[in-house]
Design a protein around this ligand. Structure first.
Ligand SMILES: Nc1ncnc2c1ncn2[C@@H]1O[C@H](COP(=O)(O)OP(=O)(O)OP(=O)(O)O)[C@@H](O)[C@H]1O
Length: 289
């Protein structure tokens, strides 16, 4: 188990995270919050690129700072931007990284073949990276994070720049990898984690607001989400009175999905809450900004 205990982190005088307590076992965890909420800071602490000012992070009961190399040996990390040489092929790039990690050449080649198969890049193993699409590069990034068959895989905003098909492929891959390891991925895109995360972690005002399965998080707005159709002219007043979640033009009128915290009108249709509804509700001030 990976455990974050009362962690606090500031940059100069600015506190970014405080009193963070989290526990991770095998499965996918979606770290979901708007930009600037502190996701990358938390991730950097989880991968020992930064250290908490207070509190500690423990893996199997030991402080990861003390475990040091032993911890990094079981860790796979894909940063927001990962460096690679454009003229390398995935095979050359992964061989190079394996050599840096001290993996013996023959053993490395076996592992690389396995990984290229896993991330569906076997057919382009000898093609130069400069010709790769965003989705293909990201799969190279996942392969490098998986080189040491990590017990903990951490990915920072891994779906940025991917098209819908690549996102779907990515989600399937994550579910597969999480069967026997901890997978933590940060994102501000709800749909990236909605279908695969066993638990969602939401950070707000420097603290963990929720860490729970999606169904549980959706309870936050249960019985408050409605849909109705209004005239365009009514929209400004409507937005003032209720929390608008989605608006769509339909046959000259406006279909709205919104949150009403007091008495609903009989003509409104109650809607089942989604994670996106909760996200928009929780971060409504930030999202508006
Ligand atoms: N090295 C640093 N020095 C000073 N301030 C920093 C540093 N790193 C992050 N911050 C600040 O800490 C806050 C949290 O940043 P962080 O990158 O962790 O957020 P995030 O949720 O990952 O957002 P993003 O997705 O935009 O990276 C921001 O206000 C950011 O400007």
């Amino acid at each position: 188990m990976l455990a974050v205990r009362q962690v606090e982190k500031s940059f100069s005088d600015m506190k970014v995270l405080e009193n963070i307590n989290l526990e991770f076992t095998n499965g996918v965890y979606g770290l979901l919050a708007p930009n600037g909420a502190g996701k990358t800071t938390l991730i950097k602490m989880l991968v020992t690129l930064l250290f908490p000012d207070r509190g500690e992070i423990r893996y199997k009961g030991e402080n990861i700072r003390k475990l040091d190399e032993k911890y990094r040996a079981v860790l796979g990390y894909l940063p927001q931007q990962f460096g690679y040489y454009k003229n390398y092929t995935p095979k050359q790039y992964l061989r190079y990284l394996a050599a840096l990690k001290g993996v013996e050449a023959r053993q490395a080649d076996e592992r690389i073949a396995e990984l290229l198969e896993l991330v569906a890049l076997k057919d382009v193993a000898n093609k130069r990276l400069k010709k790769f699409s965003g989705g293909m590069l990201q799969r190279v990034g996942i392969a490098q994070a998986m080189l040491n068959d990590p017990e903990i895989l951490i990915l920072d905003e891994p779906t940025a720049g991917l098209d819908p098909k690549e996102r779907a492929r990515f989600r399937n891959l994550m579910s597969e990898l999480a069967r026997d390891r901890i997978v933590i991925l940060s994102t501000h895109i709800v749909s990236d984690v909605e279908s695969i995360a066993n638990e969602i972690i939401m950070i707000k005002d420097k603290q963990v607001l929720y860490k729970a399965p999606i169904a549980e998080i959706c309870h936050v707005v249960a019985g408050k989400v409605y849909e109705t159709t209004i005239e365009f002219a009514q929209a400004p007043a409507f937005r003032q009175q209720y929390i608008s979640l989605a608006e769509k033009q339909e046959e000259g009128q406006m279909k709205v999905r919104f949150i009403c915290e007091d008495q609903p009108r009989p003509e409104w249709k109650a809607a089942a809450p989604t994670l996106e509804d909760v996200f928009l509700y929780i971060y409504r001030d930030e999202v508006e900004q």
